[in-house]
Design a binder for this molecule. Structure first.
Ligand SMILES: NC(=O)c1ccc[n+]([C@@H]2O[C@H](COP(=O)([O-])OP(=O)(O)OC[C@H]3O[C@@H](n4cnc5c(N)ncnc54)[C@H](OP(=O)(O)O)[C@@H]3O)[C@@H](O)[C@H]2O)c1
Length: 300
């Protein structure tokens, strides 16, 4: 069987094109969206992610600002900077690139960001709204996964979805989104993790398998059923002397072998990654609209 390759770059471009009308309306109302990104330390992967986000903003005409802070910045100083940045009315969205150095509480940082400006969707208020199925800002990667499924013609409705991984940024929120009694969700969701007794027994049941483990090529062909739809969230660097950089990126799924059994599969790179950035742009536009709607309501 030749699997359908779910092209994250194509779907992400489509989503960004759809934002243009909304952006034009905001620009004309003098309310151009602005995104502020805070980077702490020198982590090379974080630097790459931040620069990719700035590039996407530029492409869409979204104003982006970046604050670089040293690895040694204190938690208090970081929180002060967050307060200062989000007080600027031109900043509609703010995100602090994770991971943070161990002396800074990520939970405290996430809670400091105003829920309406929380374009990462990690604030407990937004997480609560997501769980309740109420409108709010959804976390970028899980929301991007839902869009990948829908727009590739692989709706999760009524399907058995197995998520491997229970992190706060991918596993838990994708499960919460897909279990909602709502259009484009309504799936029966199982979450697996390192405490799962027989992982393969669960993954073999999946109509849709979402792998978010951070373990290179862990999911093998004998762990999935024929006709499965696979979303590979993993982004793992593995040594590759043939590559100029000395490494290459692979997912959590053994792509070559699993794609021979799957109905559809996302590649790594080019699957979930571009969707995460597209959903960040969508969240920034939404945050600017929320601020605009609030400012209009105040006037009346
Ligand atoms: N493409 C993107 O935009 C994007 C965005 C975010 C993350 N990612 C990638 O996605 C992957 C996961 O990220 P994350 O932040 O969710 O990772 P994480 O916080 O490290 O969580 C990994 C999860 O996988 C589970 N796990 C690990 N080994 C397992 C095993 N052998 N069997 C069953 N479960 C296992 C862990 O279980 P326990 O809870 O029991 O420890 C944990 O819940 C990483 O490769 C990351 O780089 C990609």
């Amino acid at each position: 069987m030749q699997a359908q390759i779910i092209d994250g770059n194509r779907i992400a471009s489509q989503i960004k094109e759809e934002l243009r009308d909304r952006l034009t309306k905001l620009h004309f109302a003098g309310h151009s969206p602005g995104l502020a990104v805070v980077l702490v330390g020198e982590d090379p992967a974080s630097k790459v992610y931040v620069s990719m986000k700035a590039r996407e903003c530029k492409e869409l005409g979204i104003l982006s600002k970046q604050l670089d802070l040293p690895e040694t910045v204190s938690e208090e100083e970081l929180l002060k900077n967050i307060d200062y940045i989000q007080a600027d009315p031109k900043v509609h969205g703010i995100l602090v690139q994770m991971p943070l150095p161990p002396h800074i509480s990520e939970a405290k940082v996430m809670e400091r960001i105003e829920p309406d400006k929380d374009v990462d969707g990690f604030h407990p208020v937004n997480i609560g709204r997501m769980l309740m199925g109420a409108p709010g800002i959804l976390p970028c990667t899980p929301h991007g996964i839902q869009e990948l499924l829908i727009r590739s013609g692989n709706s999760p409705e009524g399907k058995d979805v197995v998520v491997v991984g229970r992190s706060n940024i991918v596993g838990k929120p994708i499960a919460a989104i897909l279990m909602q009694k709502a259009k484009d969700a309504n799936a029966t969701v199982t979450i697996c993790h390192s405490g799962t007794r027989d992982l393969a027994q669960h993954t073999k049941q999946a109509d849709v398998l979402i792998a978010a483990m951070g373990r290179p090529q862990f999911i093998k062909a004998d762990m999935v059923k024929e006709g499965v739809v696979v979303i590979d969230v993993g982004m793992n660097r593995v040594e590759d002397p043939k590559s100029e950089k000395g490494y290459r990126l692979v997912g959590d799924v053994d792509y070559e072998a699993v794609s021979r059994k799957a109905k559809a599969i996302t590649p790594v790179p080019g699957g979930v990654g571009p969707m995460t950035r597209a959903m960040l742009m969508a969240n920034t536009v939404r945050a600017a609209e929320i601020a605009f709607e609030k400012s209009q309501a105040k006037k009346h």
